[in-house]
Design a protein around this ligand. Structure first.
Ligand code: ZN
Length: 302
């Protein structure tokens, strides 16, 4: 069972993809049981309700042909990221593996669909891909007392791209990474949200490609800090809410390593995680809005 959302950005419809009685994979609308796949849906036992509705044949089928694929979770309250959580990636970034998790935030307005065309910022020369296992929080978590309790808070998993501008993140950061991690549409999610009880997130192969050439190829079994450990840790510092997304870090094989070119306009980046599907973005150069440029000129004239 895989959850997905289809339709124009901001107007996606909730769906579930599952095999029918004949073993044929079909798309079913979740409209009879929920308005969206969001934190309230997950916290209210939505995954079980969807499962029961499927078993009772209470969901209408539909064809996804021609429909945009949205992020599989409605806009999260928070996108929480873990930095340098694979030893080989820490090394290619010129850092020692961290002794405690590196935690940072991305604005939730960076979330975009898994196949949406992706903008490179107007003056960016070092835009980089990062395939990551994303964890969707299923229930509120605050000051958790054990890693076992943290494991209970996982609703499911998805593919994420933590697009990063390295000049803004590192030399331009003046100490921390927000400027390089907040760019519009820099967090493609999906195509699917797969429930945690159907998949072991701890040993999934993660891969990425640029224009068909392989870049990253690792396993989530190489995470320095495991998924439940991360949730337990993060809950000591912030309230995790249902629907929040935690990106668990990227493995080696990004352009920051110096081994590959950064993303160029026209490039196609693909990311895949075993069991969670594949996403693909074609990149273009974002234009500076004309209205913004003229406003700047007027400002200078005064
Ligand atoms: Zn990342």
């Amino acid at each position: 069972m895989k959850f997905a959302r289809f339709g124009p950005a901001g107007h996606e419809q909730p769906a579930v993809i599952a095999k029918d009685a004949n073993g044929v994979e079909r798309h079913y609308s979740l409209a009879p049981i929920t308005r969206d796949i969001d934190g309230a849906f997950l916290a209210g036992g939505g995954i079980d309700r969807a499962r029961h509705a499927l078993e009772s044949s209470n969901l209408p089928t539909f064809s996804p042909d021609g429909l945009r694929v949205g992020a599989p979770i409605a806009r999260p309250g928070a996108v929480i990221c873990i930095g340098m959580n694979y030893a080989a990636h820490a090394a290619e970034s010129g850092s020692a593996p961290p002794e405690t998790p590196v935690v940072f935030l991305k604005p939730s307005n960076t979330v975009s669909g898994p196949f949406d065309a992706a903008p490179i910022p107007p003056s960016s020369e070092k835009y980089d891909w990062e395939v990551e296992l994303g964890v969707v929080v299923g229930k509120e978590a605050s000051y958790l007392s054990s890693v076992e309790d943290a494991a209970e808070c996982i609703a499911g998993y998805l593919v994420a791209n933590d697009l990063s501008e390295r000049d803004y993140q590192l030399p331009g950061a003046a100490g921390q990474w927000t400027k390089g991690k907040s760019l519009p549409s820099s967090t493609p999610l999906g195509p699917w949200l797969v429930p945690a009880d159907e998949l072991d997130g701890g040993s999934l192969r993660l891969r990425s490609w640029v224009n068909g050439e392989p870049r990253q190829d690792s396993s989530s079994s190489d995470l320095i800090f495991g998924i439940a450990t991360l949730i337990h840790h993060v809950s000591q510092y912030m309230l995790l809410e249902p629907g929040d997304v935690i990106l668990t870090g990227t493995p080696e094989g990004v352009a920051l390593s110096g081994r590959f070119l950064y993303i160029q306009p026209g490039d196609v980046v693909e990311l895949e995680i075993e069991g969670l599907g594949r996403q693909q973005q074609e990149f273009y150069r974002a234009a500076t809005p004309a209205v913004q440029a003229s406003a700047g000129l007027e400002g200078n004239a005064r």
